[in-house]
Design a protein around this ligand. Structure first.
Ligand SMILES: [Fe+2]
Ligand SMILES: [Fe+2]
Length: 195
């Protein structure tokens, strides 16, 4: 459904919910903030790629709106944005991709594609299975946007590079992403695991 090679078990939702929704929301807010920063960096570093320069400002704005929405929900529930901690998911992807990289831009676009896909998969699961139906609705509302970002990043990669290298690198990074995510520890984070 999301073009990923590892399907998160449904039980992940209940286990994360038991760890605490305030911590999950704080982590989620940071994910949105980081996504907005990533979009801005992509624009600044790829001034000669018209489609990147023209399409990513809107995505950056959407990610900031998501940040506001999630941060407001966190406060409404009596929580506060906690300090950001390093993400084993993002670190695992960066390290794994760097080892076999041929193009930094291609990797940035395809990793963004996969991270958006994983976020959409998690939002979908949370929307379907959270016991807290209020929060489930918030995730239901956010899912289509991340799913559209997922499609956009693949198109940007296909626009900037020939089909064959894109398909080959996508396969490699899909395998890396599945391996990284399947080994993540259980934490109250959007990109956590069951280990
Ligand atoms: Fe977002
Ligand atoms: Fe996104």
């Amino acid at each position: 459904m999301f073009g990923l090679l590892y399907d998160t078990p449904v039980e992940w939702v209940a286990r994360v919910e038991a760890l605490g929704l305030l911590a999950l929301l704080s982590d989620h807010a940071h994910c949105e903030l980081k996504a907005a920063a990533t979009m801005q960096a992509l624009i600044a570093k790829n001034c000669d790629h018209e489609r990147i320069v023209q399409s990513l400002p809107e995505v950056a704005q959407e990610e900031l709106q998501h940040f506001q929405l999630v941060e407001e929900e966190l406060r409404r529930r009596g929580g506060r944005l906690a300090e950001q901690t390093s993400s084993p998911y993002a670190d695992g992807l960066q390290k794994g991709a760097a080892a076999t990289r041929t193009s930094l831009l291609l990797d940035r676009l395809l990793l963004s594609h996969l991270i958006e896909a994983r976020s959409a998969e998690r939002f979908h699961l949370l929307a379907q299975h959270l016991e807290d139906r209020d929060l489930a609705q918030l995730y239901q509302g956010l899912m289509p946007s991340e799913s559209a970002h997922r499609v956009l990043f693949l198109r940007l990669a296909q626009d900037a590079f020939p089909a064959e290298p894109v398909a080959q690198r996508l396969r490699e990074l899909q395998e890396l992403e599945a391996e990284v995510v399947s080994r993540l520890p259980l934490e109250a984070r959007i990109h956590s695991g069951m280990a």
